[in-house]
Design a protein around this ligand. Sequence first.
Ligand SMILES: [Mg+2]
Length: 368
Amino acid sequence: MKITNIRLDRLQLRLDPPFAAAWDPRPRERFDATIVRVETDEGLVGIGSGDTMDGFPGHEHLFVGRDPLDMAQHVRTIETINFHAGRFWPLEVALWDLLGQVAGLPVAALLGNAQRRVPVYASCGELKAPAERAESALALREQGFRAMKIRIDRDRIDEGVAAVAATRDAVGDGFEIMVDLNQSWRMAGDVQPALDYATVRHTVERLRDLGVFWVEEPLPYQDVAGLTALRSATGVRIAGGEMLDSVGQILGYLDNDALDVYQMDVVLAVGITRARMLAELAHLKHRAFTPHTWTNGIGVLANLHVAAGVGGGPYFEYPYDPPGWTPERRDFMLAEPLRIDADGCLAVPPVPGLGVRLDEAAVRRWAA
Ligand SMILES: [Mg+2]
């Protein structure tokens, strides 16, 4: 089999003003998605998405004419392009989708089939007042979720801790709450300093008293010693690494035992092939791996196959914060949005490949 073409469809979902304001405090008028299709001479097409692929055009010749199943070669080639230009893992995701189709198996099966479905947490992006956040948690529990993640703004720590406290009061025990401090994740142009170690430690201790399951990105990526110290000082699980794209840096984290939960996103950070290896290494050290998924439905699917394949968990990120962020918005390019089952789990589609079914009318409608 030969790759005949790599097609990129650039989409922009235009957002209405209330949604744009709810999603992010900064004005945001569109949600960008790029769909990658790897076309072959045998008519099979692999699909990937999750990052914009900006800067990729001009590199197609490194793949066209080659066998799409030569995965090791393609991964190394993508790494050499990323070295100069960007994060082109959605192309590798499309190649894995093809590989699954050729094998007649879900990608998760090719990665080990540790689980058929994964319990999820509702990942909330919006900053809500305590009473409103508590009310949203009750609604989530009603819908079957067993866990949720609350974002705390580094400039509004007290308000964020109050939202977590109100949520805990509302849901009691038996419902897990994660907290994201986003100290590594930056919007372009955000050069405000991160919180210092003493402030972070105090905050994590306050969250520990509220029974928080993990605290995510409490410190910037470069503060490996701080992360290690924070783990032993507080006894709270520390998660992070969603955008860590250097395998060397991640190996350094593992050597220094910097995290309890590794979260490298396969579409944004490391790809499927490397994620599998890094997840296995984390598991060999008795540490957890559960990937970040804050992209679109195809990105969520790619990460789901990896989490299910390697045994990621204990909870998988399901971006969901209605009314602003819903499955319909997140998965607008899919024929059917990804939904949880009654037990709060997301199941791997039992079909060959990733199980992406595009809504071609939506792809045309939202073409950039
Ligand atoms: Mg995060």
